[in-house]
Design a binder for this molecule. Structure first.
Ligand code: F6R
Length: 611
C-alpha cells in the first residue's frame, strides 16, 4: 500500500528510483512521483501509472545523487497530480514521501491553518510535512530534531522519507507500522518498502523497527530511537535472487506465480517433510510443542486470501488435532472485545507480514496473554518479528496483486503444522499420518499435472468472459476454495462473484440461478461427493451454466456440467491445494479476455498497510 524508494550515493539517483518504483508498483499505482536534489529541490509527479511519470520526464535534466520516489494508493484525497507524492513543504525546502495514515491529521491541520499555512493537496502527508517544517522554524532546529518532535505528536502509521534542500547529503527516514528496508552498499544507501528495488545493488540490508529514525548519508547510516539514543544497525543478508522478482518470460506476474507453484510448494516442503522416516521438521512448532498441543483453542487471524487459508486450516486442525479452532477477520477481531485466554494460541497468517489489521489484532491478542504463531511469507516482515514463533511459507516474492502461490504455500505449511501437532498429541493414527505425509510429498507433481489443463481453462474463460455474476460452490475442505475462487474472479475481472457452501445455496442464492448464471462447483472426490452431485443437479434443473473442478475418473459430473476442469485425485485434506489452481487460471484468463490489467487490478494494492 504505497511504495517508497530512495537513494543516496555516487550513482544517478533517477534511474534507481524509476526502476524501484516499477518494482514497487504492485503496492499502489494511482499516481507516482520523484524528488531530486539537483541544485535545489526538484519535484515531479503525475497521476496514473509509473510509465506515465516516466514519459512526462523524458528530456528533463534529472541529474542528482540523492532522491526519493513514491507510487501511491490513495487514502486521503483522490488520485491526482496534486495529491501524488512527494509533497513539498510550504517554504519549498523539504520534500517527503509517506506510506501509511496520519490519524490525527485533521487536528494538526487546524493548528497549522491557524498559523497561516495553506495546503496544495488533500493529503495527510502534506499536513505532517508542514507540521515538521513549522517545528523546524519555531525551534530553530535541524530536520532530524524536528522530525523527532513531530513524530511524538503523530497518531497513526507511517514510513516517511525526507529530503532537505539545505542538507543535500542527508536523507532522513522514520517508521511506525509500515515497512522500511535500507540497503547498505559501498558508499551508497537505498531505501524501499521491500527489498525488490534493492536486491540488484546489494544484499546487505537493515530492517527498520517501529519508532526508529534513520539518518542516512552516502557512506553512513545512523539509527536512533525517538529519544535520540543511538541504536546499532543489525545488517542482514537478503536471501533472494533478482530473477525471483522478474517476469521471466511470462506476460504477467500472476501467471508466472501460478506456474511457479510446483516449485514453491516443493521449496515449502523441502527440509521439512521426510517421507523415509515419516517426520516433519519445523523448529517453530517443535520448540513450542507443549504450548501448541495443549492449546485450549486456536484462533486464526488473517485477511482476504490468507483468511481463506485459515478456513481450510480450521477444518484440518479440528479434524486431525481435535483442538477447537476459530477463524477471525483481523479487522473485526481488533475492534471488538474478543475473549482471549492465556492458553489460547493465535495463528496469524499473512503473505506480506505487513497487513495493518493483522498486526494490530496480534498486538491485542498478545496483550491478553495469547501465544502468537506467525505463518508468513516475507522474511523479516513485521508479523514475523512480532510473533513468538512461526513458520515461513517460502513461496518467494509474490508480486501479482492477487495472491496465488502464497496461498498454496500457506495451505501446505498449515497442513504440516496440523500433522505435527496431531502426531505429538496422538490424535492421529500411524497409518493416516504416513498416508498424509505421502500425499503432501506428491503435491508438487500433482500441481504440475493440473497446470497441463492451462489451455482447457483458457478456452472455458473465453466462454464466460461476458458474465456479470458468478456463483462458486463447494463443501467441506473445498468450501473455502469456493470463496477463494470467487475472490480471485472479482479482483481480477471485476465480475461480481460469491462463494457459498454448496448446501447453503438453497437458503437464498439459488434465487439468482437462471440460464445466464455461471455456477462454478469445486467438486473433487471426497466424502461429500454424492451430496455435491445433488447440488449440481439442482443447478442444472434451473438451467444454470455449470463449470466444475472434478477429480480424474469422475464420470457423473461431466455428464451434467457444461465445462469441466479435471485435476488428479488427492486425499480431501490436501485436495484444496490442487483444486484452487484451475480457479486461479480461470480468473486470470477471464481477466485477460476482458482486457483487465491483471497484475494491477483497479483500487487494489498488494500489501494493505492501512486499516
Ligand atoms: C487477494 C489478496 C488479499 C490478501 C490480503 C491479506 O488476492 O491478495 O486478499 O490476501 O490483503 O494480505 P496478507 O496475506 O499480506 O496479510
Amino acid at each position: 500500500m504505497c511504495g517508497i524508494v530512495a537513494y543516496i550515493g555516487p550513482r544517478e539517483a533517477y534511474p534507481v528510483l524509476l526502476k524501484g518504483l516499477k518494482r514497487l508498483e504492485y503496492r499502489g499505482y494511482d499516481s507516482s512521483g520523484v524528488a531530486l536534489l539537483n541544485n535545489g529541490l526538484k519535484v515531479y509527479k503525475k497521476k496514473g501509472k509509473v510509465a506515465e511519470l516516466e514519459e512526462s520526464l523524458v528530456g528533463k535534466d534529472l541529474h542528482a545523487h540523492a532522491g526519493i520516489g513514491h507510487t501511491r494508493w490513495a487514502t486521503h484525497g483522490e488520485p491526482s497530480d496534486r495529491n501524488a507524492h512527494p509533497h513539498q513543504s510550504a517554504n519549498g525546502k523539504l520534500a517527503m514521501i509517506h506510506n501509511g495514515i496520519i490519524e490525527n491529521y485533521a487536528q494538526l491541520k487546524n493548528e497549522l491553518l491557524k498559523k497561516g499555512y495553506s495546503f496544495k493537496s488533500d493529503t495527510d502527508t502534506e499536513v505532517l510535512l508542514n507540521f515538521i517544517e513549522d517545528i523546524q522554524i519555531n525551534n530553530d532546529c535541524g530536520l532530524e530534531e524536528a522530525v523527532r518532535i513531530a513524530l511524538k505528536r503523530v497518531v497513526g502509521a507511517y514510513v516517511i522519507v525526507l529530503l532537505d534542500e539545505d542538507n543535500p547529503d542527508t536523507i532522513i527516514a522514520a517508521r511506525k507500522g509500515s515497512p522500511l528496508v535500507i540497503g547498505v552498499g559501498k558508499g551508497e544507501h537505498f531505501l524501499a518498502s521491500d527489498a525488490s528495488p534493492i536486491i540488484e545493488y546489494t544484499k546487505e540490508v537493515v530492517y527498520i523497527n517501529d519508532y526508529e529514525l534513520a539518518i542516512i548519508k552516502a557512506d553512513e547510516l545512523v539509527l536512533k530511537n525517538l529519544g535520540n539514543e543511538k541504536i546499532t544497525p543489525f545488517v542482514q543478508k537478503l536471501d533472494m535472487e533478482l530473477a525471483a522478482i522478474e517476469k521471466g518470460g511470462y506476460d504477467h506476474f500472476m501467471l508466472k506465480e501460478i506456474f511457479e507453484q510446483p516449485d514453491t510448494i516443493f521449496d515449502c516442503l523441502r527440509g521439512r517433510l521426510d517421507i523415509i522416516n515419516n517426520t516433519i521438521t519445523m523448529a517453530g512448532v517443535q520448540n513450542n510443542i507443549e504450548q501448541l498441543k495443549n492449546a485450549n483453542r486456536i484462533i486464526i487471524i488473517a485477511c482476504g486470501t490468507s483468511w481463506h487459508a485459515g478456513l481450510v486450516a480450521e477444518y484440518i486442525i479440528e479434524e486431525l488435532c481435535r483442538i477447537p479452532v476459530e477463524v477471525e477477520y483481523a479487522s473485526e477481531f481488533r475492534y471488538r472485545n474478543p475473549v482471549v485466554h492465556k492458553g489460547d494460541v493465535i495463528i496469524a497468517i499473512s503473505q506480506s507480514g505487513e497487513t495493518a489489521d493483522t498486526i494490530v489484532a496480534i498486538d491485542k491478542a498478545k496483550e491478553q496473554g495469547a501465544f502468537i504463531f506467525g505463518v508468513v511469507n516475507v522474511v523479516g516482515s513485521s508479523i514475523a518479528r512480532i510473533s513468538h514463533a512461526g513458520a515461513y511459507t517460502h513461496a518467494g516474492p509474490e508480486i501479482g496483486v492477487a495472491s496465488t502461490k502464497a496461498f498454496t504455500a500457506q495451505l501446505v505449511v498449515l497442513t504440516m503444522i496440523a500433522l505435527k501437532i496431531a502426531k505429538e498429541k496422538n490424535s492421529i493414527n500411524e497409518e493416516r499420518y504416513a498416508h498424509l505425509i505421502n500425499e503432501l510429498h506428491n503435491i508438487p507433481e500433482k500441481v504440475k499435472e493440473v497446470l497441463l489443463i492451462n489451455d482447457v481453462v483458457k478456452n472455458i474463460a473465453v466462454k464466460y468472459k461476458d458474465a456479470t455474476d458468478a456463483l462458486y460452490l463447494g463443501r467441506g475442505y473445498n468450501f473455502p476454495i469456493a470463496l477463494e475462487g470467487a475472490l480471485k474472479l472479482k479482483e481480477i475481472s471485476y465480475i461480481h462473484a460469491e462463494g457459498y457452501p454448496a448446501a447453503e445455496m438453497k437458503h437464498g442464492p439459488i434465487a439468482l440461478v437462471d440460464e445466464n448464471l455461471p455456477v462454478v462447483f469445486v467438486a473433487t472426490k471426497d466424502i461429500y461427493h454424492e451430496k455435491i452431485i445433488s447440488n449440481v443437479q439442482e443447478i442444472k434443473a434451473r438451467k444454470g451454466k455449470i463449470i466444475a473442478v472434478i477429480s480424474s475418473g469422475d464420470e457423473i459430473i461431466p455428464a451434467m456440467a457444461n465445462d469441466v476442469m479435471i485435476v488428479p485425485e488427492a486425499d480431501e485434506i490436501v485436495a484444496p491445494i490442487i483444486s484452487v489452481i484451475p480457479l486461479q487460471l480461470l480468473s486470470y484468463y477471464i481477466g485477460i479476455a476482458k482486457g483487465c490489467d491483471v497484475d494491477k487490478p483497479r483500487n487494489l494494492a498488494k500489501s494493505v498497510t492501512v486499516e
